[in-house]
Design a protein around this ligand. Structure first.
Ligand code: MCA
Ligand code: AMP
Length: 506
């Protein structure tokens, strides 16, 4: 059986001189490709020795460190399925993921060990290991005595490499199953489309629990064994200080807004750069224009989603157009109406896609998977799209009720269900409001119940209630206590009116 393990693809591109730098950065030690290869071998051995078997899931909620990246690579090598979790998730959210995915092992920050151990025990997890932001913990102490050579487990292209949870319009998160082929094909497409070369240096400031920072950015770098300048968090000043050592930078639109707020972002600071890319949320034309006026660099905007990696990209060589996401990568795309009727060029409809990058389905949710694919295999993205006369694709809206705040997806339904369960609440509606920093901000409208708890309900108590239980990026930036929610004659909440009110107030 030919080996399609994604790690084997990376390994085939490793440099002859393995002492070449893989990672360096202001807050981390230097790691060569030899270090990464040996450390990922030790982790692969250790995880298998802990009782995990190829195909088992390894859930990981840890801060950003090179060791966390090496853990990901170790999982690939051991044939384990990597399941990264946003560090902002709280206990109740983690409980859902662990119960749903039933991982063999969990790796978490030592600070959350106690609470995660309890949840893991109920979810039948064999072992909970720790890894802190400094790259220390029981994972590393356990792995250290294992050999630095490991025969990467052979995988077919269709075997799972990772599961990434994405929230859903129904409020329940779904685990998108990504295969070795899905990840490899998308990595190779991007590497080619964005002209990655052996001497590129990637400046990395994204979180590594989502597609953008983990797959898009790191995979491109690994395919040429490039050096990665690894920032453990996004900080605009640190990014600008490190730009003169780099050639490529990738960010969500909020990164670019925050970079532009720094006077030190100049043409000179960008003198070694060849490429800035943006995605995960729409890049405003004013940000695109301000960035090119200030730095001389035209940001390349691309579009994608967890279920498919990157789908379209602006051209590397041709004109990069503001407000567009360019052309399809190596997948077939079409625009259709809600019933799947294919529309003519120029018409606005929902983008549907088919290709080697498109995921295998949602973990243990065959009905949800079937509902999001057409009978001929096209996946329904839920993004309202238009193909212009110029051939460029534009994402003009969303058919799904989704807010994207600072590059993180927030599904109103999830927040509404949560608020509705709060004592003293009759009902609620959550909408997105334009925000200069996060692109969109979460705003909640809450109707108090006609009871004692309802009588004392305030915006502050609602906020505090959500903050305690849900990830911070889901916490509304503003809560309105209202008499009732505007409804149309069918009884449906008129979210447009709520958005207008939130906008007028802002
Ligand atoms: C932090 N906060 C947020 C967000 N991040 N609130 C709303 N939206 C957010 N995204 C909260 C904090 O908890 C804090 O709340 C307050 O806002 C201010 O925090 P701040 O220090 O400014 O935040 P930060 O730590 O600097 O984080 C902002 C960030 C971060 C750097 C923009 O959100 C980020 O790294 N975003 C990138 C997301 C990403 O990688 N997306 C890719 C998904 P309080 O003061 O109350 O505690 S992959 C994807 O979408 C697809 C596949 C694609 O196409 O790429
Ligand atoms: P996620 O579930 O985190 O993978 O988010 C995917 C969603 O982010 C897509 O379905 C789009 O709605 C949105 N998205 C990603 N990139 C862009 C972009 N360049 N412009 C507009 N929306 C985008």
């Amino acid at each position: 059986m030919p080996d399609k393990n994604l790690y084997s693809l990376f390994e085939s591109r490793f440099p002859d001189d393995m002492t070449q730098t893989a990672f360096e950065g202001p807050d981390i030690a230097r790691y060569s490709y030899a270090d990464v290869h040996a450390a990922s071998a030790r982790i692969a051995y250790f995880l298998l020795q802990q009782g995990a078997l190829p195909g088992d899931r390894v859930a990981v909620q840890v801060g950003k460190s090179v060791e966390a990246v090496i853990l990901y690579l170790g999982c690939l090598r051991a044939g384990l399925v990597y399941l990264p979790l946003n560090t902002a998730y709280k206990a109740a959210e983690i409980e859902y993921f662990l119960t749903d995915a039933s991982p063999a092992l969990v790796v978490c920050d030592p600070a959350s060990l106690e609470s995660i151990r309890d949840i893991a025990a109920t979810a039948g997890v064999k072992e909970v290991l720790t890894l802190d932001e400094a790259g220390k913990g029981s994972l590393m102490t356990g792995a250290v005595s294992f050999p630095g050579h490991f025969d990467t487990v052979v995988r077919t292209g269709d075997d799972l490499a990772a599961i990434l949870y994405t929230s859903g319009t129904t409020g329940r998160s779904k685990g998108a199953m990504l295969t070795h082929n899905n990840l490899a094909s998308n990595a190779l497409s991007l590497h080619r489309a964005w002209h990655f070369e052996a001497d590129d240096v990637l400046l990395h400031a994204l979180p590594i629990f989502h597609v953008h920072g983990l797959f898009v950015a790191l995979h491109c770098a690994f395919l040429n064994a490039n050096k990665v300048i690894f920032l453990t968090r996004f900080d605009a000043k640190a990014v600008i200080e490190n730009l003169p050592k780099a050639t490529v930078f990738m960010g969500v639109p909020t990164f670019y807004v925050r970079l532009l707020a720094e006077a030190t972002l100049t043409k000179d600071a960008c003198r070694t750069m060849r490429l800035f890319t943006a995605g995960s949320a729409p890049l405003l034309e004013e940000t695109f224009n301000a960035f090119s006026a200030r730095t001389g660099h035209v940001i390349l905007e691309r579009y994608g989603m967890t279920e498919a990696g990157m789908i379209t990209t602006n051209p590397y060589d041709g004109e990069r157009k503001a407000g567009t996401v360019g052309f399809p990568l190596d997948n077939d795309v079409r625009i259709a109406d809600e019933d799947g009727r294919i529309l003519a060029d120029g018409e606005i409809g929902i983008l549907e896609i088919k290709g080697p990058n498109v995921f295998k389905g949602y973990w243990q949710m065959p009905e949800k998977t079937a509902a999001e694919f057409r009978p001929d295999g096209y996946f329904i993205t839920g993004d309202m799209t238009q193909k212009g006369e110029d051939g460029y694709y534009r994402i003009v809206g969303r058919a799904k009720d989704l807010i994207i705040s600072g590059g993180y997806n927030v599904y109103p339904k999830e927040i509404e269900s949560f608020i509705d369960d709060m004592p003293g609440v009759a009902e609620s509606a959550v909408v997105g409001r334009p925000d200069p920093d996060f692109g969109e901000a979460v705003v909640a409208f809450v109707v108090a119940a006609d009871d004692d708890a309802g009588a004392t309900l305030t915006a502050e108590t609602v906020t505090a209630y959500i903050k305690e239980k849900l990830a911070n990026f889901k916490v509304p930036k503003q809560v309105y206590i209202v008499e009732d929610l505007p409804r149309n004659t069918m009884g449906k909440v008129q979210k447009k009116l709520l958005r207008d009110r939130a906008l007028a107030d802002a």
